[in-house]
Design a protein around this ligand. Structure first.
Ligand code: BGC
Length: 769
C-alpha cells in the first residue's frame, strides 16, 4: 500500500519525483477518450523505469499463443490491443545535453490529473550540467470533444543561462508490447508524409492489417509570437518521423511548444484515404488552436460530470477515490461505437490485453446505464450480438451444435483469446452474465424493442448452449453441470457450481419469457427468428424440463447453498486464521495448495444472490454471506464491491463501508501492489455500484426506481446523479433525510423504502428516513 497521492476532491496530485514510483504514477495519471488512451509517460526522453504505452481502441494483433501443453480447442492466438504510435514524444536538447529526468537532478516536480476538466499537467525544474536550471510546464489531453485529437502544451524556460535548444517532436511507430509472447513487433510502416500541415506517419498491423495514421503539427512560440528558428529539418526513418527545430532562448525566456495531433485508423476510414483525412482533421484542429481545443475539452467533461458526478461531503479521500473511478471509466469507454468495449485495464497497461471480459456485463453495464445515454448501454449489448456467429463457432469447436453459443471469456472480435483450459473451457458462467445484461438493460430502460431486434437471438444461442452443457444424472435424478470453474477461480473443474447451475436455469427461463414476449409483440419477427434458427418446439420443452429439474448443491444443516459439490470436503479454515505473511495467496502459496483450499477468490454464491436477490429471503442471504465472506480472500478486485452491496442490503452498514473502502482507492493507494501494471478499470464500476446500489440501495422495483438508503457515519452526506428513462435525478443522502431533485422537465415516480413519491420536472423533494 502506498500513500503518496495528495488528497483533493477534483485532482490527483503527486509532488516530488521518485523514480521508484514512476510506473505507478504512469498508470494513475493515464489519459484517454474512449477511442485512444495512454499512460502518463513523459513527453521528453526518459531513460529510467517506464512502461511506455499508447493504445487505440479496437486495434489489435493476434499474438501467437504460448502455452506449455496444448489442448484441443485452445485458440491459436491471443488477440491484444497493442501499443501503437507514440505521439507525445518531444525530445529536448539544451546546449547539446538531452533533457532526461533519470540523469539530472529534479526539483519542484508536480504531476496533476485534473479530473474535472480532463487534462494532465506536469511541472519541474531540472538541474543540468554546471548548475544550469531549466523549468518545464506541460499540459496534455486526449480530447473527448473530438476523440481523434490530442494536444500538448510544453513550456520551457532556461532559468539562469542562455540556451540553444534543439526540439525533436516525434511520431514514433517503432513500438513494442511489453507482453509480446515471442518479442514480435506488431507494426510495419505504410509510409510517411510531410506537408505544411504537419508530419504524418501511417503504420499497419501485421496479420490483422489495421492501419493507423498519426499526424502532428508542432509550433514554437516565444511570448505569443512564433519563434525565430535557427534551423528546422525533417527526420525520416523506418516507422518514425519527426520535426527538428533549433531555437535560441535567453535566460528567463519562456518557450512554448504546441503539438496538436490527429489519430485516425482504418476502422473508420478507407486505408488509402487515411493520410488525407488525417491531414484534414489535423488542420481543422490547428485552426481551432490549443486554447479552444482545451476549452472544448473542459466543456465536454463538464457535461459528463453533470450526468454522473458523486459528491461526498466530509471525506476528501473518499471523494477523490470515487471521482477518480468515474473519470477513468469515461476515459476508457464513451459508448459511441458498438465495436469497442471495456478492457479490465482500459488504456492504462497491457495486462488483460485490452480485451473484453464478463466484467463488462456483470459490473460495468449498471454504471453506464445510469450515467450515460441509453445508446451507451445498448452498444455494449450490440457488441455481443455482433459476435453471436463467432460464439456459435466457438461452441462448435468444443463439440456443441445446433446454434449453441458460447461467448468467449476473453475477446477482441468475438473469437476466444484465452488459453487456460480451466478458464477457456470451464468458466462458462460468462455466458449467463451476457444474458443477464440483456435483462438488466431492458429492466432499466424499458427498451423492449431490443429483444426482437437483437437480444432474442443471443438468448436462444445461450439457452441452447446450456441445454447441451447439462447432463442427466441417473444417480441424482436431476440435471447436473460437471467440470466447471465458477467466478471463484481458486477452484477448477468442480461439479455443480451453484452459481453456474442457477444462472443456467435462469437463462433457460428468460429465453422462454423473451420468446413469449416477442410472440405477443411482434409475431412476424418471431417467425423469422424461429425459421432462421430452426428452433423446434421440443427444444423449448427440453429447456423447461431442465429448468424444473436442475440439481442445486445445498447443505441441509447449515442451510446454505454449496459453492460446489465437494466444497465441504475441503478443510474449513477462515481467512482471519491465515497469517498475514501468507497473503495474498496467489503470490505466497502454490497453485495446487490454493485449489485444494476452501479459500475463495471472489464472490461466487454471493454473485448469484446479488443478481437474483428477489429470489431469496433476507435470512437466507445473510446465512450465505456469513458463511462465505469469512472464507473469501477478495484477491480479485471485483470482489469487495459485491460484498459491500450485500452487506448494505443486510443493514450491516459498518461492513458495507469497510468493503467499499477496499475498492474505492484500490489503485490510488496501490493496495495490491500492482497499480504499475495498469488500473483496475472494470472494478471501478463496482465501486460506483457500492455507493449507488449499496449505500443508496437503488434498485428497480415494480418498474420504478427504488431507494433504501443509509449514510455511512464517516460522511456528512453524499449526492449522486443518475439518468433513468429520460429523467436526470440528483439524489442527496443526508443524516436522517434524503433529497431528490428532478433535473429534467419530465415527472417521475420513485419509491423510497415502502412509500411512493411523485416528483415533477424541476421539483425537489425532501424525504425523512
Ligand atoms: C477475475 C475475473 C475477471 C478478470 C478480469 C480475474 O482476476 O477473477 O473474474 O474477469 O480478472 O478482470
Amino acid at each position: 500500500m502506498k500513500n503518496y497521492i495528495q488528497a483533493d476532491p477534483w485532482n490527483i496530485i503527486e509532488e516530488g519525483f521518485d523514480p521508484k514510483l514512476n510506473k505507478i504514477s504512469e498508470s494513475l495519471f493515464s489519459i484517454g477518450n474512449g477511442k485512444m488512451g495512454q499512460r502518463a509517460n513523459f513527453e521528453e526522453h526518459y531513460s529510467g523505469e517506464t512502461l511506455q504505452g499508447s493504445y487505440v481502441a479496437g486495434i489489435y494483433f493476434p499474438d501467437k499463443t504460448r502455452v506449455g501443453w496444448w489442448k484441443n480447442g485452445y485458440p491459436p492466438t491471443f488477440d491484444k490491443v497493442i501499443n501503437s504510435t507514440n505521439w507525445i514524444g518531444i525530445d529536448i536538447y539544451i546546449n547539446g545535453q538531452l533533457l532526461d529526468l533519470a540523469t539530472c537532478e529534479v526539483k519542484d516536480f508536480k504531476r496533476v490529473l485534473n479530473m474535472q476538466e480532463g487534462y494532465l499537467q506536469r511541472s519541474f525544474v531540472a538541474v543540468l550540467a554546471e548548475g544550469s536550471e531549466v523549468k518545464v510546464e506541460a499540459l496534455r489531453f486526449c480530447s473527448i470533444a473530438d476523440d481523434e485529437i490530442g494536444a500538448i502544451k510544453y513550456q520551457i524556460t532556461p532559468l539562469n543561462f542562455d540556451a540553444e535548444l534543439k526540439i525533436v517532436s516525434k511520431a514514433d511507430g517503432d513500438i513494442v508490447n511489453e507482453d509480446s509472447n515471442y518479442d514480435f513487433k506488431f507494426w510495419e510502416e505504410v509510409g510517411d508524409k510531410f506537408s505544411d500541415k504537419g508530419i504524418f506517419l501511417q503504420t499497419k498491423t501485421l496479420k490483422t492489417g489495421f492501419e493507423l495514421c498519426v499526424g502532428a503539427n508542432t509550433k514554437i512560440y516565444i511570448a505569443d509570437q512564433e519563434a525565430e528558428l535557427l534551423n528546422h529539418q525533417l527526420v525520416q526513418e523506418i516507422k518514425f518521423c519527426a520535426e527538428e527545430f533549433q531555437v535560441a532562448a535567453q535566460a528567463g525566456t519562456e518557450l512554448t511548444i504546441i503539438k496538436i495531433v490527429s489519430v485516425q485508423s482504418s476502422l473508420n476510414y478507407p486505408s488509402n484515404e487515411l493520410f488525407d483525412s488525417c491531414e484534414h482533421k489535423l488542420s481543422s484542429a490547428v485552426e481551432l488552436g490549443f486554447d479552444k481545443l482545451l476549452e472544448d475539452q473542459k466543456n465536454a467533461w463538464a457535461r459528463k460530470w453533470d450526468q454522473s458526478d458523486i459528491q461526498i461531503d466530509g471525506d476528501v479521500k473518499a471523494q477523490q477515490g470515487i471521482r477518480f473511478n468515474i473519470f477513468q471509466l469515461f476515459q476508457t469507454y464513451t459508448g459511441t461505437d458498438s465495436r469497442l468495449n471495456i478492457g479490465p485495464k482500459g488504456f492504462t497497461g497491457e495486462k488483460y490485453a485490452g480485451a473484453t471480459y464478463w466484467d463488462t456485463e456483470a459490473y460495468c453495464i449498471p454504471f453506464y446505464l445510469s450515467t450515460a445515454e441509453q445508446e451507451v448501454g445498448r452498444n455494449l449489448l450490440v457488441y455481443r450480438y455482433n459476435h453471436l456467429q463467432k460464439a456459435i463457432e466457438n461452441a462448435e469447436m468444443l463439440g456443441f451444435r445446433n446454434g449453441a453459443a458460447l461467448f468467449p471469456m476473453v475477446t477482441m472480435d468475438g473469437t476466444e483469446s484465452h488459453n487456460e483450459w480451466e478458464i477457456t473451457f470451464e468458466e462458462i458462467h460468462r455466458n449467463g452474465a451476457i444474458a443477464y445484461a440483456i435483462y438488466n438493460y431492458i429492466n432499466y430502460t424499458q427498451d423492449w424493442d431490443y429483444l426482437p431486434q437483437y437480444g432474442l437471438e443471443v438468448l436462444i444461442g445461450i439457452a441452447r448452449f446450456w441445454a447441451q452443457r447439462v447432463n442427466w444424472s441417473g444417480e441424482r435424478e436431476k440435471y447436473v453441470i460437471l467440470g466447471v470453474t465458477g467466478p471463484n477461480e481458486y477452484e477448477n473443474n468442480v461439479n455443480n457450481n451453484w452459481y453456474t447451475n442457477y444462472l443456467a436455469v435462469w437463462c433457460l427461463k428468460y429465453a422462454q419469457e423473451a420468446i413469449e414476449f416477442v410472440k405477443d409483440s411482434n409475431q412476424s419477427r418471431l417467425d423469422d427468428i424461429i425459421n432462421n434458427l430452426d428452433l423446434e418446439t421440443e427444444e423449448l420443452e427440453l429447456w423447461k424440463e431442465i429448468a424444473e429439474n436442475m440439481y442445486y448443491p445445498y447443505h441441509e444443516k447449515l442451510k446454505i447453498y454449496l459453492q460446489q459439490d465437494g466444497y465441504m470436503d475441503k478443510e474449513q479454515w477462515l481467512v482471519k486464521d491465515l497469517p498475514a505473511s501468507e497473503r495474498p495467496l496467489n503470490q505466497k502459496w502454490s497453485w495446487d495448495r490454493i485449489l485444494r483450499s476452501c479459500f475463495i477468490k471472489q464472490a461466487d454464491v454471493l454473485q448469484g444472490m446479488y443478481f437474483f436477490e428477489d429470489d431469496f429471503e433476507l435470512d437466507e442471504i445473510r446465512r450465505n454471506f456469513d458463511f462465505y465472506e469469512p472464507r473469501t480472500v477478495h484477491e480479485s478486485s471485483l470482489s469487495p464491491c459485491l460484498h459491500s452491496i450485500i452487506a448494505a442490503k443486510l443493514n450491516d452498514e459498518a461492513r458495507a463501508y469497510e468493503f467499499y473502502l477496499r475498492t474505492a482507492r484500490l489503485d490510488l493507494d496501490d493496495y495490491n501492489n500492482d497499480t504499475e501494471d495498469g488500473l483496475h478499470i472494470t472494478s471501478m464500476a463496482g465501486t460506483w455500484m457500492s455507493i449507488v446500489q449499496g449505500f443508496a440501495g437503488m434498485r428497480i422495483k415494480e418498474n420504478k426506481l427504488f431507494f433504501n438508503p443509509f449514510l455511512p457515519e464517516q460522511w456528512d452526506s453524499f449526492t449522486f446523479r443518475i439518468g433513468f428513462r429520460g429523467v436526470i435525478l440528483s439524489i442527496k443522502i443526508n443524516k436522517g433525510f434524503m433529497e431528490i431533485e428532478n433535473k429534467s422537465d419530465k415527472g417521475i415516480e420513485v419509491m423510497v423504502k415502502a412509500e411512493d413519491f411523485g416528483i415533477e420536472g424541476g421539483e425537489k423533494v425532501r424525504i425523512e428516513l
